[in-house]
Design a protein around this ligand. Structure first.
Ligand code: AMP
Length: 360
């Protein structure tokens, strides 16, 4: 299946007044980084903020304009869309947009979006996601089709962008059923069918933050991070005896990120992982993946990388590299956050009359 719906987007990109562009995003996730980067590159900036956070975002003088909504669901309503259009805004998508809107809603947004809006569907849908990763020749964890087939340590996930909340480990049918029953009792899920079972890969979880430019045709490694997840990462602070007695069922809810520098010998493979991914997106989801993306996986004891996820847009782990990372520093002569890199790409595309290559 090929999803290829680009007629709409070209119209949107050409309607923009190229001289007076505004960079906009939803106030959450990585909006500060995005708008700071946009300001540093000379753009006007616009934030869509929920009422409750207005005071917080007013603290930052690189935000020129704030459109206030009661709830992000109002983002789709005419007043907000009309305001963005009037401001000649480009929207930068991030995790919060995906959490609030479904695929059809995102695809129907009336303002131009930086990056490929159609690929966000591939991120959200486990089957499409698996296909994209497999066709990119990424090593991926084995999928366990049913609880009857659990014969080793597995991680059990909820469908959709759950952010690791409610995930649990299972090593046989019984441990699966025990944890699933608790989720049903707590009304997190309605039935076991909502769960997705994957082989658990033991090793170091690593998040590879890339940027692909369809203007320069180059792939850039912008940073590497690891996540700090509650409370799986906190378990090591509790001695084994207490762990056993208290019977904690850990979750994988991301609380923050910390930087990571990989062994240099791993880097050539990192680039080839990113390159293959870019090529596959071009083949499967026109126009590919202009802009940021992240490949998320585990390095095992032999230094082998297994990818369990990808994000087809900026990830919040880039927030820590506001002044650049040990990797972006190798490519750029000035501090380059992912947010700034996005704005820089828009500038470059505008200069070359090629905004259509970076917007949908
Ligand atoms: P995800 O929502 O898929 O990004 O997963 C959330 C967290 O669960 C990750 O950051 C990892 O810590 C962990 N995780 C997910 N899949 C696997 C896997 N197959 N093996 C080991 N850990 C995993």
């Amino acid at each position: 299946m090929q999803i290829n719906i680009r007629v709409l987007d070209l119209q949107k990109a050409t309607k923009l007044n190229r001289k007076r562009l505004t960079i906009s995003t939803l106030g959450s996730h990585c909006s500060l980084q995005l708008l700071k980067g946009a300001k540093d590159e000379g753009f006007r900036t616009l934030l869509i903020s929920e009422e409750t956070r207005l005071g917080f975002y007013q603290r930052f003088n690189f935000i020129d304009d704030i459109f206030v909504v009661k709830n992000f669901k109002e983002f789709l309503a005419e007043p907000c869309q009309e305001y963005l259009t009037r401001k000649n805004a480009i929207l930068i998508p991030h995790g919060t947009l995906i959490a609030y809107l479904d695929n059809e809603q995102i695809e129907g947004i009336t303002v131009p979006i930086f990056g490929n809006r159609w690929i966000l569907r591939w991120e959200a849908d486990r089957k499409l996601k698996q296909r994209l990763m497999e066709e990119s020749e990424l090593r991926t964890p084995k999928i366990v089709e049913s609880k009857e087939h659990i014969d080793k340590l597995c991680i059990v996930k909820l469908h959709g962008a759950a952010g690791g909340r409610g995930y649990f480990l299972a090593w046989n049918k019984k441990s699966f059923e025990n944890a699933a029953t608790k989720l049903i009792q707590n009304k997190v899920i309605e039935s076991e069918n909502e769960l997705y079972i994957q082989e658990y890969i033991i090793g170091v979880p690593v998040y590879l933050q890339f940027f692909y430019s369809p203007i320069t045709h180059k792939l850039e490694l912008m940073g590497v991070d690891r996540r700090y997840e509650s409370d799986i990462d906190a378990l090591a602070r509790i001695p084994a005896q207490q762990q056993l007695e208290v019977g904690i069922e850990p979750s994988y809810n991301v609380i923050g990120n910390s930087p990571l520098v990989l062994r240099e010998s791993l880097l050539p493979e990192v680039y080839s992982i990113g390159e293959k991914f870019v090529q596959t997106t071009k083949r499967l989801v026109d126009p590919g993946i202009p802009g940021p993306f992240c490949i998320e996986g585990v390095y095992d004891r032999d230094g082998k990388f297994t990818a369990f996820e990808f994000s087809a847009r900026i990830v919040a782990g880039t927030n820590m590299f506001l002044d650049g990372s040990p990797y972006s520093g190798l490519v750029f002569d000035k501090p380059m956050s992912m947010g700034r890199r996005i704005a820089n790409e828009i500038k470059l595309a505008r200069h070359k009359g090629a905004l259509r290559k970076v917007l949908t």
